[in-house]
Design a protein around this ligand. Structure first.
Ligand code: ADP
Length: 395
């Protein structure tokens, strides 16, 4: 086994996800800490080679990372074997057009982006600082959710509101899930045997958060998420697009700005419509048993998704493939079928047999259709690749 390792860290406001990879891309350990800063905080670690799973009580991010390193140290000689750490950073604003090695200037610039992601960027910085203290000599790399979409043209990213809000406050569409859209673009290039800089796609990342992107010649030229991850598709608990006139109306009904924000971010989407769950699998089961609002939630999800896929196509001169990814995109034949049913006019039709449960990395359209492919995403692997590419030395 190769003894050089890369650690991937995704530090959220009350969570921490990690993955340990060998430099030849083998996943060796993974896990997460949840409910940090509460009495229920737990750290779950899974070692892939031994199938050992452990769950430890923890407190905050610092404590969880300390425990994680102690646990990993029992199996790996991190001081000797770790060659780099890759961090997911949510918002890179307009400063970061690709992943970078973390320096003091990079840290200052990530701080400058805090107003754009007030919950996420401080947590990302906390993770960077804790690991820099533990491994001061090691190169750390920041991989941004936003950077892949920095190639969007002005007409795609500018909101039709007074231009000074962009100039003075950075109000524009940034887009998110860039690491996933980029990963599936690279995978599609391999699957279709077409050079990435000639590849035109619409990619649909459908997890708890969801977004689509238009990819022209391998670069993002439009996406459904905007200034924040609230814009665009119907999601697990987020509304996606709504009429901005709703704000005035809801305020007139006595809701505060905080109430509206909570409603749109945490109580809407699949959960809000169905009234029972934000989980697509549950809704599919419930709908099959006749639960009407679960069925309605699925129908709205697929209709909005199809509308957005159609909208993405105006940025392209031709399309090589429509790509489904994320937990729902990879695993739900029903969502793929219902969505594609709306796309007949654009030349997409599914082959119902190919659109089965096990169609990862396969084409699922019928013979007369444009390509439709299912590609499992792997954001951690993308972070490993970026880290390996940027850190000095050849591995
Ligand atoms: P996250 O955005 O949290 O990473 P995932 O990409 O893991 O989320 O996607 C989670 C979503 O995928 C959930 O709504 C889950 O119900 C859905 N999902 C997973 N498996 C299936 C399935 N077999 N059928 C329908 N939905 C599924």
């Amino acid at each position: 086994m190769n003894s050089k390792l890369i650690l991937v860290i995704n530090c959220g406001s009350s969570s921490l996800k990690f993955a340990l990879y060998s430099i030849d891309h083998q996943l060796l350990a993974e896990g997460l800490a949840e409910s940090l800063n509460s009495v229920n905080a737990k750290l779950h670690i899974k070692l892939l080679n031994t199938e050992i799973k452990s769950t430890l009580d923890t407190k905050d991010h610092q404590h969880a990372i300390d425990l994680l390193i102690i646990e990993l140290q029992k199996t790996f000689d991190l001081k000797l074997e770790l060659v780099g750490i890759g961090h997911r950073v949510v918002h890179g604003g307009e400063s970061f057009k690709q992943s970078v090695i973390i320096t003091q200037e990079v840290i200052s610039e990530i701080k400058n982006c805090i107003p754009l992601a007030p919950l996420h960027n401080p947590a990302n910085l906390l993770g960077i600082n804790i690991l820099a203290t533990l491994f001061p000599k090691l190169n750390q790399v920041a991989v941004f959710d936003t950077s892949f979409h920095q190639t969007m043209p002005e007409h795609a990213y500018t909101y039709a509101i007074p231009y000074k809000f962009y100039k003075d406050d950075g109000v524009r569409r940034y887009g998110f899930h860039g690491t996933s859209h980029r990963f599936v673009t690279l995978q599609a290039s391999k699957l279709l045997n077409k050079q990435v800089d000639t590849l035109n796609l619409v990619t649909a990342h459908l997890g708890n958060g969801a977004s689509v992107a238009a990819i022209a010649n391998g670069a993002s030229v439009d996406t459904s998420m905007g200034m924040t991850p609230l814009e665009g598709l119907v999601m697990g608990t987020r509304s996606g697009d709504i009429d901005p006139g709703l704000f005035d109306y809801l305020i007139s009904k006595g809701l505060s700005p905080e109430d509206i924000s909570r409603t749109l971010n945490k109580e809407s989407g699949l959960l809000g419509i169905s009234g029972i769950s934000n989980d697509m699998r549950t809704l599919c089961e419930q709908a099959a048993q006749g639960h009407k609002l679960s069925q309605l939630a699925i129908d709205i999800f697929c209709f909005r998704l199809a509308k957005y896929i159609a909208a993405m196509m105006v940025s392209l001169t031709h399309i090589d493939a429509l790509v489904f990814t994320g937990g729902i995109g990879e695993n739900s034949p029903l969502v793929r079928e219902k969505t594609t049913d709306h796309l007949l006019i654009l030349g997409f039709t599914l082959d119902k047999d190919l659109n089965s449960l096990n169609c990862s990395n396969k084409v699922i359209n019928d013979a007369d259709s444009k390509n439709i492919i299912v590609i499992p995403t792997d954001e951690e692997l993308m972070i490993v690749n970026d880290t390996l590419e940027l850190i000095p030395g050849t591995f």
